[in-house]
Design a protein around this ligand. Structure first.
Ligand code: CP
Length: 307
């Protein structure tokens, strides 16, 4: 197969296994481009991409911008602060006005789950979801899967653990379907109040004890507690969370197993992950960030081909 089955990249749930394999293979080619002295190809020279960020971002926003520049696309960057959204303009009006200026593709982050899906029913341009509320963050799921594949050669048969605030995590929302589609087993660990009731329907199992969960896994992806998405208290305190669910070197040393540690960022050091693990040889956190550019180049390139 040489084309994606989808015109938009809204959710990993929508992708077939062959789509994910195609994105990984295309990212391999772009990763090789990114090692060259001139890290640029003309693939999207005639394409204009709008990066619409209605919510804060460091990694995803810069990674998409770099990916677009490496592919020679023209780009415009929009953030909700300082825009006419503040004057009451609707999302659809904002996007239609931007598209009227002959923009071909939209990369969008929004705090509302489903915002990109809604748009995809009303506009012709390709849309890439750069994170929607607590729903999905598909390019993060892809770069996580790609980084594990790079380390282990394949995702098939691996034990993949996600620790922390699963309930509010769009990273978990994309990682669980991606890892299970690619043949890994997924377990989640965290306080019961931060685990969705439908976790088994998502394809994962739940282990409340962190040490037992770590003993099971080959790879542990540690997530941040997303206080900004909580309108009520789900945990008594961050200090207590850190005592029961924080990952540190003493805990990993007690397991006597070389677990690979991941984190999507931003890290709250000393809460979910200590610096003695985040900055250790076990951590592939910065490789995840590096791989994000190649994965986003692959997604942009393949979707532009779908027109
Ligand atoms: N991983 C991630 O989405 O980070 P940002 O919020 O900085 O984009």
């Amino acid at each position: 197969m040489s084309a994606l089955s989808q015109k938009h990249l809204i959710a990993i749930k929508d992708l077939q296994k062959s789509d994910i394999e195609l994105i990984f293979q295309t990212a391999d080619t772009f990763k090789e481009v990114l090692q060259r002295p001139i890290k640029k190809v003309p693939s999207l020279r005639d394409i204009t991409i709008a990066n619409l960020f209605f919510e804060d971002s460091t990694r995803t926003r810069i990674s998409f911008e770099l990916a677009e520049k490496r592919l020679s696309a023209d780009t415009i960057n929009f953030s909700a602060s300082g825009s006419s959204v503040k004057k009451g303009e609707t999302l659809l009006d904002t996007v239609n006005n931007i598209l009227a200026m002959k923009v071909d593709m939209i990369v969008m982050r929004h705090s509302s789950s489903g915002a990109q899906s809604f748009l995809s029913n009303h506009i012709k341009a390709n849309i890439i979801n750069a994170g929607d509320g607590t729903h999905e963050h598909p390019t993060q799921g892809l770069l996580d899967g790609y980084s594990v594949r790079e380390k282990f050669g394949s995702l098939k048969g691996l034990n993949y653990l996600i620790i922390g605030d699963i309930k509010h995590s769009r990273v978990a929302g994309s990682d669980i379907p991606l890892m299970t589609k690619m043949g890994a087993k997924v377990k989640v660990c965290g306080p019961p109040t931060l685990i969705p009731k439908y976790i088994e329907e998502m394809g994962a199992t739940y282990e409340p004890n962190l040490k037992k969960a770590l003993e099971w896994c080959d790879v542990a992806n540690v997530l941040r507690i997303q206080l900004e998405r909580m309108d009520i208290k789900f945990i008594p305190s961050l200090r207590e969370y850190s005592i029961f669910y924080g990952v540190n070197k003493d805990l990993l040393d007690s397991i006597k197993k070389d677990i690979t540690i991941m984190h999507p960022g931003p890290i709250n050091r000393g809460v979910e992950l200590n610096s003695d693990v985040a900055d250790s040889k076990q951590s592939i956190i910065l490789q995840q960030v590096e791989n994000g550019v190649a994965i986003r180049m692959a997604a942009l390139y393949l979707l532009a081909d779908r027109g």
